[in-house]
Design a protein around this ligand. Structure first.
Ligand code: NBY
Length: 824
């Protein structure tokens, strides 16, 4: 402890240039972080050296998004120095919790996809898999949300301003990135047709490394984030011609590439700068991968034995064309050889079946910005379509008439002609990869049967499932110390590395003393949340209420509106004195809306309006309260999830690819109210469906309802309570003086076709909520179920997910000596 204390003081003085006697929490947080980083870097160097010495096969995880959140507590726990640090800092006059508050969330992602990437890095580090995360260091991460007059207002997330003590900027290792320019076709002295991409603009990519430690195993992997740097400093022409200000302007223009994260999830923006970000990130990453590969290898055909590249959705899919370009134009390989290398190296993870989220880029834009890549994509497509023709003709079912074949080719082509001629990035990712995976069983089945059915017939082995998981280090151990300590006191700490060990809790569910201790841990977390809400929102929570929580991005398919209709109905019953047996509850909502997503923003407004009305009504507010948690983010999730008793996972069946919040809640002892969707289905199977509150129509039922003509008006007319709730929303009951404010929401349901079947599931949802309320009155039974839920969550560890990727997709093994904890 004395060592750590000394190091902290030294950093306050020599790294931060401050007086150690001035007790600034900000300085002491930074100094502690630097002292922790010192302890990581030795292990990082040893880890990297061992990969090199053993010629280990590396895994590269390419993701435009990461959501690491805060690093301090997690890193202390992984290094096993949490207690030491707590004592050291308390000697210096600080509480560790207060110091941790100083850290800014690294919000380099939108939601589940980015958070999954961070959980996966944690698991690779813990399992000892030679992994690297690659991404972009956005100067501005996901916007900061404030609620003003009930509405979302976005503020810039200037996380770089406060500095980042965890990162190593490596300004000396810059990689050039070219845009625009032209392709010269020429013939070399052997008579071969060659292609050279020249001219255009150049920008530089600067690596910035963040270290990711494994749990108690001395293994530290790297997350390398690229930042755009202009190369105009090196462009002497500018200075010589006296155009100094011009040079500076161009520099600022170039560095815009990594300026800001695009804040839309599930809707693609199709903006030129976004494509620039993708290619900037991809070419720097591929150059870095090949630089490392070439240190030990000359023969490019060995690449797939040494390198696996996982594409996190299609956002980095241009990597396939980029690797082809390098292999063809720089290494001069034949097409077939280069293509085999690509396909064997790449794998692609799909995270959505929503049509509006499937990425396409206009051919005209690609031709201008990446002319050589567009040529290559055309060639990939031509060869692919010839192959399709060959396979289709050779098939037994080959009564394919020309018409059918033409349709098939149009459907699978990399190029779509309408509404504008564009490249389908998902098709490029599928054709260029040896593995395409969905992220939960149902999702993968829908990929095979619906979205990518043609590809499933063409490549029956390619599409596979890897159900998502979450890291128990952050989401149980670090976020929920009260519960973790209780669990550890009965079954030891092995569950942190091997989550299946939680099954040892099952017999304890029958033990009244254990149940009481389990409830006490939940209450401690609820009280902690209560104190936080009081500090932040100046609201007093009732800890004896059932804490019912719905936190995730705001999207129509996630159906926050369904929850809101339940709240309004509960409010009406209480007002009308029809709810004598109502179980008191506080309903929490939280989540960001894409700034351009009108309906999502209006939903936030409606939730806040209902909250204001309900909370101000003294007839009901001792029984029902509604809280909107502004700025939902990773660190807020770490506070809220451990305090939650009911987890809302109520998306329209078939729409949520997996969900990962669902797992975090159940792991922390919340019961789930949810639909037959995503990984919630697998949770119900693992836990026992009778221990969750599953309701609503299934995916296939919705398909046939749609086919037979879904008429939301029937539900409206057939259900008095539903009608009352909708009419109130449409009138100004929650928006006094602003008649019609929420009419778009209601109209969307009644006259817009209710695309996400809110009305169809309303009545069943109410029934399930009734069951929840009733069960909560029986605290012994509730607790028993809570324990069993957590005990059966072992499968949903990201360690299990990553082990499957490693075995079934990447063909890599954990580093020797690292599998079981103590490493080299
Ligand atoms: O990925 C989420 C899924 O909705 C969720 O069900 C799943 O559990 C999770 C991890 O597999 N998808 C998601 O978070 N997507 C995005 O954040 C996203 C971000 C950007 C874009 C598209 C989707 N984009 O096109 O720019």
């Amino acid at each position: 402890m004395e060592g750590l204390k000394k190091d902290v003081i030294r950093h306050v003085v020599s790294s931060l240039g401050s007086d150690y006697a001035s007790k600034s929490a900000y300085n002491y947080y930074n100094a502690l972080a630097l002292a922790v980083r010192d302890r990581l870097i030795d292990n990082w160097i040893k880890t990297q050296r061992s990969y090199y010495d053993e010629k280990a096969k590396r895994v590269y995880y390419l993701s435009l998004e990461y959501l690491p959140g805060k690093s301090l507590m997690n890193n202390l726990h992984c290094l096993g120095i949490y207690e030491t640090a707590r004592k050291a800092m308390s000697d210096l006059g600080f509480s560790l919790e207060d110091l941790a508050e100083q850290e800014w969330d690294a919000g380099l992602g939108n939601g589940g996809l980015g958070r999954l990437a961070s959980c996966f890095l944690d698991s690779m580090a813990t399992l000892g898999i030679p992994g690297y995360g690659y991404g972009i260091r956005y100067d501005y991460g996901i916007f900061h949300q404030v609620i003003e007059d009930g509405k979302q207002v976005e503020q810039a997330d200037n996380w770089m301003r406060v500095g980042n003590p965890w990162a190593y900027e490596r300004g000396q290792h810059l990689f050039p990135v070219r845009f625009f320019g032209e392709v010269k076709n020429w013939t070399d002295e052997y008579g071969r047709l060659r292609h050279t991409w020249t001219a255009g603009d150049t920008v530089l990519a600067m690596p910035c490394d963040m270290l990711v430690p494994g749990w108690d195993n001395h293994h530290v992997i790297n997350m390398r984030l690229w930042s755009a740097r202009s190369d105009v400093e090196f462009d002497l022409d500018f200075f010589n011609t006296g155009n100094y200000l011009g040079a500076v302007e161009e520099k600022i223009f170039d560095e815009k590439i990594s300026k800001v994260l695009y804040p839309s999830d599930q809707i693609e923006e199709g903006r030129e700068l976004r494509l620039k970000q993708q290619y900037f990130f991809v070419t720097a990453t591929i150059q870095d991968i090949l630089r490392r590969f070439r240190k030990k290898h000359q023969d490019m055909t060995e690449l797939p034995q040494s390198v696996a590249i996982q594409l996190n959705d299609t956002h980095p899919a241009i990597a396939i064309a980029e690797l082809m370009r390098i292999l063809l134009d720089e290494d001069l390989l034949d097409w077939e050889v280069a293509w085999d290398i690509c396909v064997s190296t790449f794998a692609y993870t799909n995270h959505t079946i929503l049509p509006e989220a499937l990425e396409t880029w206009p051919v005209s834009l690609l031709e201008r910005m990446l002319p050589r890549h567009m040529q290559i994509i055309y060639e990939i497509n031509a060869r692919f379509l010839r192959e399709v023709e060959r396979v289709a003709r050779s098939e037994d079912c080959g009564q394919l008439c020309h018409r059918d074949l033409d349709h098939l080719k149009q459907r699978v082509s990399l190029i779509q002609e309408r509404p504008i001629k564009s490249v389908r990035m998902a098709h490029l990712a599928i054709i260029g990869s040896h593995s395409v995976n969905g992220v939960a069983a149902l999702h993968t089945e829908l990929l095979k049967a619906r979205v990518f059915d043609d590809f499933q017939r063409l490549y029956p082995q390619k599409i596979n499932n890897k159900t998502n998981g979450v890291t128990p280090r952050r989401w149980l151990w670090s976020a929920n110390q009260p519960l973790s300590r209780l669990i550890a006191s009965h079954i030891g700490t092995g569950f942190v590395r091997n989550l299946d060990e939680l099954t040892q809790l099952e017999p304890l569910a029958a033990d009244p003393a254990f149940r009481e201790a389990w409830r006490a841990a939940k209450l401690e977390n609820k009280q902690r949340l209560q104190a936080y809400i009081k500090r932040k929102l100046m609201r007093e929570l009732h800890t004896e209420h059932l804490f019912d929580v719905h936190i995730k991005r705001i999207h129509e398919y996630k159906r926050q509106v369904l929850n809101l209709l339940h709240v309004v109905t509960a409010y009406n019953r209480l007002r009308h004195g029809q709810a004598a047996d109502f179980t008191p509850r506080t309903v929490f909502f939280g989540g960001k809306a894409a700034p351009s997503y009108f309906m999502a923003k209006r939903i936030i407004h409606a939730i806040n309006a209902v909250a204001a009305t309900v909370n101000a009504d003294s007839r009901v507010n001792d029984k029902l309260q509604v809280v909107y948690l502004p700025n939902y983010c990773v660190s807020q999730a770490e506070r809220v999830i451990p305090a939650t008793e009911l987890s809302e996972q109520i998306s329209t069946a078939g729409m949520e690819a997996s969900g990962t919040g669902n797992m975090k809640f159940a792991l922390n002892g919340a019961l789930t109210i949810g639909t037959w969707d995503g990984a919630t289905i697998e949770m119900a199977q693992a836990i026992g469906p009778e221990l969750l509150f599953i309701f609503g129509m299934r995916e296939d039922e919705l398909v046939s309802l749609r086919q037979h003509g879904y008429n939301p008006m029937l539900y409206y007319h057939g259900d008095e309570e539903l009608r009352e709730a909708l009419d109130m929303l449409r009138s100004d009951a929650f928006s006094p003086g602003q008649h019609g404010l929420f009419a778009p929401l209601v109209d969307n349901l009644l006259h817009g076709g209710d695309r996400f079947f809110v009305l169809a599931d309303y009545r069943q949802y109410l029934g399930a909520q009734q069951d929840v309320g009733r069960l909560y009155l029986d605290q012994e039974e509730w607790t028993r179920r809570s324990i069993l839920n957590a005990a059966r969550m072992g499968f949903f560890s990201s360690d299990r997910a990553i082990s499957q990727y490693a075995r079934e997709i990447w063909d890599v093994a954990p580093m020797a000596g690292l599998q079981n904890g103590k490493g080299a």
